[in-house]
Design a protein around this ligand. Structure first.
Ligand code: EPU
Length: 420
């Protein structure tokens, strides 16, 4: 199992290109199932999760392959088996995103229930509620979701989501593109990745209005067609590098960043004492003066994202003052706290609120990555610490960050992948 050896080495300097967004690429790859023709996606990041998605499509008989570093070509006209097996779904919850497209295009699907994960229970009841409202018959058996559209076609419906769910909105929106009639999703997720998926579907011929607001209206069409679509850049990867610069100091330009989707992140970094200079799609983040602790409450977009909470905490750990950080999306997304404390952080947790008291120094230690963003927070903390930090279980990191160590080395960090 690979580990990362990180040695604190002072400020970061230079420029780093931001990769395509994991959480946009995954639903977009799954959207290919709606089309009986070849589609091409570019700016698809090379990650374990995108590899898993391509394998999942292959298991269904779909022709899908990475034809260039960041280009994936898919032809779902060869689909023979609308089934997502447990062996792959258990490694990636986002596999459930095949459910909506399969029922919409094939009339039926059998998809393993994703189950819980390290950060929370993460049920999929809203995905199923949406599909049932569109007429799907859904049963659960042997750990699988079986869904079928009577007569082979879903029907438009008015759906009010009980809570804001990103992949729930995406699953229902994809299913509605081929339904008979109009579907309205209320209390829809407004995340930029939902908008990116909607734009991709529109490029394939779907009729979707309101993506990016909390009411999305989809008028079903008979077929979608071939398209080439470029995945948006990753706001969480960009935010992670920005937090790293805030924490260790220096000046880094994020090239091709999704600037307009990052307001909540940049606001917090400005409050922390960073300068953020936007030039088109490039953003230069720098910190020369003292770092101030910033409090935050995570919430759905456009508020501060749960996917940045751990990285901001790593920054707060070495800031002046005290930050109160509340996680409102997932019930168990504070597992990085005990690992950060192994490096010398002072953090008290009560429920989903962490009180972080900044310290002047962290010291390197052995730590364990527990989930994707927790891993990123440990990398940032390791860059701030004196001595060497060894991060175990970095397979979590490889699910969502493309070549993170190479990118950090390019910015002057001392970081090395160690295979054991
Ligand atoms: N929820 C339900 N029922 C549902 C769906 C969601 O109770 O049917 C709850 C969840 O348990 C959670 C809340 O609603 O408490 C919001 O979850 P959401 O459905 O929005 O999360 P998700 O769609 O499973 C996506 C991202 C996550 C990101 C969250 C929140 C993808 C592939 N994943 O997950 O990304 O944290 O939205 O923004 O888009 C990550 O990249 O590290 C990551 C975990």
């Amino acid at each position: 199992m690979d580990k990362l050896r990180v040695t604190g080495n002072g400020p970061l300097r230079g420029a780093v290109r931001i990769s395509g967004a994991k959480n946009a690429a995954l639903p977009i790859l799954c959207s290919s199932l709606l089309v009986k023709a070849p589609v091409t996606f570019v700016n698809v990041p090379q990650l374990n999760d995108t590899r898993t998605t391509v394998r999942l499509l292959n298991q269904m008989g779909v022709t899908a392959a990475r034809t260039e570093t960041h280009r994936v070509e898919i032809d779902a006209s060869t689909l023979t088996k609308p089934v997502a097996e447990y062996d792959l779904v258990k490694t990636m919850r986002a596999s459930v995103l095949v459910l909506g497209p399969l029922v919409a295009r094939w009339g039926e699907a059998r998809v393993s229930l994703p189950g819980g994960c390290a950060i929370g229970q993460r049920p999929v009841d809203q995905h199923l509620k949406g599909l049932e409202a569109m007429g799907a018959e859904v049963t659960l058996d042997g750990g699988y979701i079986n869904a079928a559209a009577p007569g082979g076609r879903l029907k438009g419906a008015h759906i009010v989501m009980d809570m804001v769910t990103v992949t729930g909105t995406e699953n229902v929106m994809m299913a509605a593109t081929l339904a008979d009639g109009v579907t309205v999703i209320e209390n829809a997720a407004r995340e930029p990745e939902v908008v990116d998926l909607a734009n991709c579907l529109i490029a394939m011929g779907a009729d979707i209005k309101g993506a990016g607001t909390d009411t999305i209206t989809i008028t079903g069409v008979d077929n979608l067609h071939s398209a080439t679509y470029r995945v948006m850049p990753d706001r969480i990867e960009a935010g992670t590098f920005a937090c790293a610069v805030a924490a260790v100091g220096g000046e880094v330009t994020l090239l091709d960043a999704p600037v307009t989707a990052m307001d909540a992140i940049f606001d917090k970094l400005r409050d922390a004492g960073c300068s953020i200079a936007v030039n088109g799609s490039n953003v230069t983040v720098s910190r020369k003066g003292p770092l101030k602790a910033v409090s935050v409450k995570t919430a759905p977009y456009p508020a501060f994202p749960t996917d940045m909470q751990a990285q901001l905490m790593a920054m707060n750990v070495v800031a002046e003052g005290t930050a109160v950080m509340t996680e409102n999306i997932f019930e168990n997304r504070m597992m990085h706290v005990s690992e950060l404390c192994r490096l010398g952080a002072k953090i008290d947790i009560t429920g989903n609120t962490a009180v972080v008291q900044g310290v002047s120094e962290l010291k390197g230690a052995n730590v364990m990555a527990t989930d994707l963003r927790a891993s990123a927070s440990l990398v940032i903390a390791g860059l701030c610490a004196t001595g060497t930090t060894m991060i175990d279980r970095i397979y979590h990191l490889d699910r969502g960050y493309e070549h993170i160590e190479d990118k950090l080395i390019g910015l002057g960090a001392t970081i090395e992948r160690v295979s054991s």
